[in-house]
Design a protein around this ligand. Structure first.
Ligand SMILES: [Zn+2]
Length: 134
């Protein structure tokens, strides 16, 4: 079966609110693809997402959302006031909530000071313990 993709058509899509693949009405299109859709189950309007299982990416483990480092990182960044990232060096001193620019890991945020000379820093891909005050 081929879905007819046009505005007003009903297609199966992933709904973030229902946490399931439900029927959606296509609201807007972009370059021949559904862009925004409304869930017929909860009436939420959101960007069209392919139903789970049809995505190219491997599905995430159920309940692993909180552990997803990228999601956690973005959340921390949102909660961190904007400021100049301090260039990482083992000789530098960091404080919780400080932005850090690491030459290999990219930009991160200090979550907390684990113990003297060790800072826990969250990066886009993982949380790492970095030496400081050396
Ligand atoms: Zn829904």
């Amino acid at each position: 079966m081929t879905d007819t993709v046009q505005v007003g058509a009903q297609v199966e899509a992933q709904c973030g609110r229902c946490h399931d693949a439900t029927n959606h009405i296509i609201l807007t299109m972009d370059k021949g693809k559904a862009k925004r859709a409304r869930c017929t189950a909860c009436e939420a309007e959101h960007l069209y997402r392919k139903p789970r299982g049809k995505e190219d990416k491997p599905p995430r483990r159920a309940g692993s959302r909180k552990d997803d480092p990228e999601t956690a990182y973005k959340k921390v960044l949102e909660e961190t006031p904007p400021g100049e990232a301090v260039k990482y060096s083992v000789k530098a001193h960091f404080k919780a909530g400080q932005r850090v620019a690491h030459k290999s890991f990219g930009e991160g945020v200090v979550l907390r000071i684990m113990r003297p000379q060790v800072a826990e820093v969250i990066f886009l891909d993982a949380t790492r313990l970095l030496a400081m005050d050396r």
